[in-house]
Design a protein around this ligand. Sequence first.
Ligand SMILES: Cc1cc2nc3c(=O)[nH]c(=O)nc-3n(C[C@H](O)[C@H](O)[C@H](O)COP(=O)(O)OP(=O)(O)OC[C@H]3O[C@@H](n4cnc5c(N)ncnc54)[C@H](O)[C@@H]3O)c2cc1C
Length: 282
Amino acid sequence: MGLLTLMARRFVAGKTADTAMAAVRKLNEQKICTTLDILGEDVTDRDEATRCADAYIGLLERIAQEKVDSNVSVKLTMMGLDIDKQFCLDNVRRVVQAAARVGNWVRIDIEGSNVTQETFDIAHALHAENSNVAAAVQAYLYRSEEDIRKLNEAGVAVRLCKGAYKEPKQVAFQNKRDVNANFSKLMRLLLEEGTDPAIATHDTKLINECKELVARNGIGKDQFEFQMLFGIRNALQRQLADEGYRVRCYVPFGTHWLPYFLRRLRERRANVMFVLKNLFRR
Ligand SMILES: Cc1cc2nc3c(=O)[nH]c(=O)nc-3n(C[C@H](O)[C@H](O)[C@H](O)COP(=O)(O)OP(=O)(O)OC[C@H]3O[C@@H](n4cnc5c(N)ncnc54)[C@H](O)[C@@H]3O)c2cc1C
């Protein structure tokens, strides 16, 4: 097994649905629910995009059969967004309908700014047909407040994250302080006016701010959830769940792990140093 593969294991729950379901069951035992992500993005072949949707449909059936507490997260560029918007919409619709059949729901991840508008167009269109569709918004984008207002108005549940792609200053805040300040502002907007918001961060300052905000405003612990990524701040995930907050862990699995792994490396200098140290140690 290659060194990178070995290190990616920290962030990825194995290559197959079997390994991912085992991770889900373990998290569920700790009162942490999950969202399963089949790794893959930027698909340019129609058959492959169709197969990806089929894989999600199979996964949703398995979640229902095995009675685990999990929904799914999908990336639209895996479902053919780069090929054709209508094709992608039809493909994701199949996944959303399969989720509805088993009483589950689908979160649409948010990707690079080149596909932000198409992503929200599809999220709104599918939500108008089936209410079991949720969206995600990135605090680093200048446009996000407006997007959140529209999603709130339509009753679409939003996951708020900082944003993981490299974006130019024309569209996104570049320094952490500005991103964090916008996260605080958008978090307030979601908690006060949104539908079942998800606060997706490992940042303890923002998590504590969220806790204070909900306590001050009498927002129940069942009216929102914290979300974190598989393999990051596990003790904090368990602590929040023990304190009675809803916690959902994002559990990615599959063979196309490299872009996801590189985003996790870029987020934290310590991760890059860890990789470099191990490379030189070989
Ligand atoms: C549930 C969930 C879903 C997400 N979905 C999307 C999405 O759809 N689109 C998108 O663009 N982004 C998504 N992200 C990623 C997000 O945008 C950030 O890139 C990522 O969460 C890091 O930001 P942070 O809020 O944790 O804050 P940071 O300020 O980056 O980190 C705060 C602290 O968290 C810990 N930490 C953060 N990242 C790492 C890491 N990689 N390795 C080890 N420790 C770390 C460290 O202790 C760090 O000090 C998602 C994140 C979560 C939690």
